[in-house]
Design a protein around this ligand. Sequence first.
Ligand code: DAT
Ligand code: MG
Length: 149
Amino acid sequence: MERTFLAIKPDGVQRGLVGDIIRRFENKGFTLVGLKFTKVSRELAEQHYDVHKERPFFGNLVGFITSGPVVAMVWEGDGVVTTARKMIGATNPLTAELGTIRGDFGINIGRNLIHGSDAIETAQREIALWFKDEELVGWQPHLTPWLHE
Ligand code: DAT
Ligand code: MG
């Protein structure tokens, strides 16, 4: 079953949006299989954003993600990687469509509330970086027959 890694960033936590953001993925029909409230170490932040290490905003990005607690999550479901990215919206909240998390709640690219894996391979890498195998819980929601034909 396809899985993705999502993280509510420190701005989403500070602004009290954790419940709203989680509810969107629950309502959509995806299944939560991992959840962790954690303060990110510099080492983990640098590994997580490794692809951006040459970018001018890398220092700010690492500083921001380590500035307060985050909610790290793994969600499961058909097409969850691509659909979660659609639900999150464009990188810049100012141009993100209304109805997306970033479009509804943000106005600045450096405060865009949530991270989501951009591809299946990225998701596998990020899940392994943030979670131990035994921290992930495979389960069969009772709602399954009402979500799948
Ligand atoms: P996304 O989070 O939509 O996958 P990304 O992977 O291109 O976006 O960039 C990672 C994060 O870096 C992004 O969520 C916010 C920050 N960022 C990206 N581009 C930026 C820019 N031009 N200026 C400042 N921060 C930026
Ligand atoms: Mg990205």
